[in-house]
Design a protein around this ligand. Structure first.
Ligand code: CS2
Length: 487
């Protein structure tokens, strides 16, 4: 029996089960090119842009680009680029069919098509969610890795880049040549000062291509900082079956998310932009207070729950929130150690809301999903907070407990001895240090791409990490947590 997939033709029939696009999809122009067509983009930026299209401004269709894998493109192409967004809370599930994607491209298959979409004068924004490691930079210093294989390749091959940076710079060169204004580059990744960081990397790359191009980008380009927030667990086959049973038609790649969503963007655009502020986006002159608060409070807690939770044998975030010690540990870390380093107002309410979001049992957010790529995440999620507190002479116990949890996690087995694989661009280096015959903590802290050279030289930091690491290793995470809570 052939499967019936969701598509433009059966859209009206689906309206009884889900909200559907109420605008004429055939009239939508490709105003945005998005690099990194993962679930997060489709639950976040595409959902806001869908609301702009629904308001009648059809300039902002999205050309989605997968930089590596064919799976998303293969899933979406046969269903007219439509997909279901399932918004889940404990009480209910709401479905919305998103029509904002006008095309999906697979970069390795046709890099010229990607460059052409980016050089198209109708494109005013190139946004990106390529994850931390997609920026090909040193996480601790944020410098471009000129010896990264993708960067080496992309400097040599302007017509067929592989990396986000390569596409951005070579597409900007095409626009400059054709006398078309640059697009705005809008990073939507969880990097500190993501716009400024991207700008620094784009300029470093462009300087290697052509100094006058770098000058043009520096003068005319725009790289707003942005804070993005929505929890988006990986879609499972059970989710697919469930959505098909509700819709009565298959969706090869629906996206699951929570009701909460937030996007704060700096008002620094090189050209026109969607009126996102009319659909819930906060446009500000300085996004950094929001960004730092989000990275340190939400993502810092997420990573801590992931590593400690995995060691304790939990699978999902909501399970860790049922533990005897973890919720109190996380709440205390946010209130007493993280919040005092931040300048955003309303941090108490923010913390309460975060704890509530982590408890959402409908999301089943896998700890291993969050645990990935720790080397790229630690600097902005926990180590920056530690630096700020050390500089102010303040205590760092819970933060160091969480970092020690990561170091112990890197050995590759839970407290009960269940083995798992590490997924991290520095996996080999990390695993070698984490399983060294002796002086493991020392070997791990010597990894400067993560810890820089300042933290390993700080006695308070080294002592605290060593103490918590020993306790976690010798007593197990639960007992070590219990002892910490009694101190
Ligand atoms: C998570 C984030 O996977 C991770 O590392 O911490 O994806 C997190 O869910 C989002 O940043 C929430 O906005």
């Amino acid at each position: 029996m052939s499967k019936q997939f969701i598509n433009d033709k059966n859209l009206q029939q689906l309206a009884v089960h889900a909200a559907i696009p109420g605008y004429d999809r055939s009239q939508v122009a490709p105003g945005i090119v998005h690099l990194g067509l993962g679930a997060f983009h489709r639950a976040h930026q595409a959902a806001y842009t869908e609301a702009v299209l629904a308001s009648g401004d059809l300039r902002w269709g999205i050309v989605g680009v997968s930089l590596r894998q064919a799976d998303t493109r293969n899933a979406l192409a046969p269903q007219d680029q439509l997909y279901t967004l399932a918004i889940r809370s404990e009480q209910e599930e709401r479905l919305q069919l998103i029509g904002a994607l006008v095309k999906s491209l697979l970069a390795p298959e046709d890099p010229a098509a990607v460059l052409a979409a980016m050089a198209d004068p109708r494109c005013h924004i190139v946004s990106l969610t390529v994850t931390e490691k997609g920026y090909c930079h040193d996480p601790a210093s944020r410098a471009l890795l000129l010896d990264h294989p993708d960067i080496v390749h992309d400097l040599a091959r302007p017509d067929s880049p592989r990396s986000a940076l390569g596409f951005i710079v070579h597409a900007l060169a095409l626009r400059k040549q054709a006398d078309i204004a640059p697009f705005t580059v809008l990073s939507c990744d969880n990097l500190p000062s993501n716009g400024d960081t991207t700008r620094g990397l784009v300029l470093a790359f462009a300087e290697k291509v052509d100094i006058s191009l770098a000058v043009w980008i520096a003068e005319k380009g725009a790289f707003p900082n942005a804070m993005v927030d929505r929890i988006v667990p990986k879609t499972t086959d059970t989710d697919r079956e469930h959505i098909a049973s509700v819709l009565g038609a298959e969706d090869a790649w629906p996206v699951m998310t929570e009701a909460f969503t937030q996007w704060v963007i700096e008002d620094k655009f090189a050209g026109p932009r969607p009126a996102w502020e009319r659909v819930g986006v906060t446009i500000v002159s300085d996004a950094q207070p929001y960004e730092h608060a989000k990275l340190r409070m939400l993502n810092g807690s997420h990573s801590s729950l992931a590593y400690l939770g995995i060691l304790m044998g939990y699978a999902t975030v909501d399970q860790t929130m049922q533990d005897v010690y973890l919720p109190q540990f996380i709440s205390g870390m946010m209130a007493q150690e993280i919040a005092p380093t931040l300048s955003r107002p309303g941090l108490d309410a923010y913390r309460t809301e975060l704890l509530q979001r982590f408890r959402n049992p409908a999301l089943k957010h896998q700890l291993h999903q969050i645990a990935m790529d720790g080397s790229q995440k630690m600097p902005q999620r926990l180590l920056g907070t530690i630096r700020a507190r050390l500089a102010a002479g303040l205590g760092i116990e819970r933060l160091c407990f969480a970092v020690a949890g990561w170091l112990r996690y890197l050995a590759g087995a839970t407290d009960a001895g269940a083995a798992y694989e590490l997924s991290d661009p520095l996996a080999v280096t990390l695993k070698t240090a984490a399983t060294a015959p002796s002086d493991r903590v020392q070997a791990l802290l010597n990894i400067t791409a993560v810890f820089g050279s300042d933290l390993p030289a700080d006695r308070r930091f080294v002592e605290s990490i060593g103490r918590h690491y020993r306790r976690i290793s010798e007593l197990g995470t639960a007992t070590a947590l219990q002892q910490l809570s009694a101190e």
